[in-house]
Design a protein around this ligand. Structure first.
Ligand code: KIV
Length: 263
């Protein structure tokens, strides 16, 4: 696998080839994820839950994210590395610029932020200054308290309309990638079809351009998992084989199935 860039993902979307993203937080897993053929790595603020033991991503700081981004980037020269801007690190365009600078200087190739229309101006300013942006819509975990829990989003026609409008607006603002989390599969399919930019799904059905899972979930290490999670370690002899099984299942269309989706 050569060096993956956002243009690689654009071409994969155009040709209908599915791409894979796995979260990583350190150099060793980052290397293995590259070796098993995942095109992208997400240094997710999920590290607050799976590494730090918090019950949400809210306590994660920009310092935590920069540290783990540096570790991940040292381990893997070929995958596209996306790093999460953590809670309250992008409340204004200027603050987002400073926070994103830390992650890009730590080695990230793109930053991810949760939110829709209200982020348009911030996204345009980052993009204008050469920082590629991945947006995140649907169940945005930094808003867990506002949602009243980790709940599926976009089930009512009003919510679905608003998520679709947000997706179009963030694309128009210059976002290059979009994560859709825990929304009905028909809505994710519709958004993926309508947008030119690649869309990565998690609990969003089979029709997005790529799939992402939190590494600890797909390796069967998490105690309570959502409907969309599959334990890819089942029947495998090594962690590399488990990660490769996820990559192969996404590429062949074997994951996700109907059993992993919301309606
Ligand atoms: O932080 C994270 O791992 C994420 C994924 C759940 C998409 O944002």
């Amino acid at each position: 696998m050569g060096k993956i860039t956002i243009s690689t993902l654009d071409k994969m979307k155009a040709s209908g080839e599915k791409f894979v993203c796995i979260t990583a937080y350190d150099a060793t897993f980052s290397r293995i994820i590259g070796e098993v053929g995942a095109e992208t790595i997400l240094v997710g603020d999920s590290l607050g839950m799976v590494l730090q033991g918090h019950d949400s991503t809210i306590p994660v700081t920009i310092g935590d994210m920069a540290y783990h981004t540096r570790c991940v980037c040292r381990g893997n020269p070929q995958s596209l590395v996306i790093a999460d801007l953590p809670f309250m690190s992008y409340t204004t365009a200027n603050q987002a610029m400073e926070s994103a600078t830390q992650l890009m200087q730590a080695g990230a190739h793109m930053v991810k932020m949760e939110g829709g229309t209200w982020l348009s101006d911030t996204i345009s300013k980052l993009v204008e200054r050469g920082i590629p942006v991945c947006a995140h819509l649907g169940l945005t975990p930094q808003s867990v308290n506002a949602f009243g829990g980790f709940k599926v989003q976009g089930r009512t026609p009003k919510e679905a309309k608003s998520i679709l409008a947000d997706a179009v607006e963030i694309q128009d603002a210059g976002a290059r990638l979009l994560v859709l989390e825990c929304i009905p599969s028909h809505l994710a399919a519709d958004i993926s079809r309508k947008l030119d930019i690649p869309v990565i799904g998690i609990g969003a059905g089979p029709d997005t351009d790529g799939q992402v899972l939190v590494m600890h979930d797909l390796l069967g290490l998490t105690q309570h998992t959502a409907r969309f999670v599959q334990n890819f370690m089942a029947g495998q002899g090594s962690i590399s084989d488990g990660l490769r099984a996820f990559v192969d299942a996404v590429k062949s269309g074997a994951y996700p199935t109907e059993a992993h989706t919301y309606s």
